[in-house]
Design a protein around this ligand. Sequence first.
Ligand SMILES: NC(=O)c1ccc[n+]([C@@H]2O[C@H](COP(=O)([O-])OP(=O)(O)OC[C@H]3O[C@@H](n4cnc5c(N)ncnc54)[C@H](O)[C@@H]3O)[C@@H](O)[C@H]2O)c1
Length: 267
Amino acid sequence: MKRLEGRVALVTGGLRGIGIATVERLLEEGAEVIIADLKAPDDADVQATLKQLGQASSYIQLNVTDEAQWEAAAASVRRDFGRLDILVNNAGIDGIGPVETMPFETWRRVMSVNSDALFLATKHCTILMSETGKKTRGGASIVNISSIMGLVGWIEASPYNASKGAARLFTKATALEFARKGMGIRVNSVHPGFVRTPLLQEGFDRAAELNTASTAQELLSTLDQMTPLGRVAEPSEIAATIAFLASDDASYMTGSELVVDGGWTAQ
Ligand SMILES: NC(=O)c1ccc[n+]([C@@H]2O[C@H](COP(=O)([O-])OP(=O)(O)OC[C@H]3O[C@@H](n4cnc5c(N)ncnc54)[C@H](O)[C@@H]3O)[C@@H](O)[C@H]2O)c1
């Protein structure tokens, strides 16, 4: 069943990890999907990705922390598609280290990508999404990718925890605002546990460098063992949840948080 036929989606950070898995899933479900990421449109990776994904995919270069770029992106979506049904705010970065030695710049960078960008995206996409959402049964859908680290703390991850906690409550604030004003936009957050992506791998590599006792492979096995389901997630398992929230199957869901963590936070 193609739940998203006729719908237009924009996925930030859509070139790899959870982002590209989400793009693939939304395309499978019939949507036209705009990938937004940092690389230039003529970059070889971008060209190869678009070729592989096919005609329903397109690309815009967008640094999610830049307000002028969001304004331009929203205008180009209006011009090229005339609608925006689904916005997946997925782009994110980590930032680890003890709070007492962490450069303020690291804190600011993580907050900027993981939290400020949700404000900018929502601010500039809301008018088009509201026009679109009022015409569909389930309304337009914003899916903000938080984390289990937006629900519980983690050692030496203070900016990541804070930024993902902000994503969770920004979701609830905008969900209420849009629902009460009848704007036709639902807003929900997704809270993945540990997911096998380049971000996780790079985090392991950095941790292994700092701690010679553990290799990245040992760290992965430890996480597998610490997870009740016995393994970290595949990106496609997060993408499936995002596609559900994006679809009319979730027409009565707004302001909610879906935890996809293999049981991690149930412990
Ligand atoms: N991997 C995990 O274990 C995990 C767990 C919970 C939540 N998450 C969250 O899921 C999201 C995706 O994570 P991932 O693991 O796929 O990451 P990833 O690093 O593999 O991919 C992130 C993508 O975002 C893009 N990006 C980064 N900064 C950007 C910016 N300023 N503007 C535009 N694009 C930008 C990158 O270029 C990259 O393509 C993030 O928000 C992350 O915090 C990941």
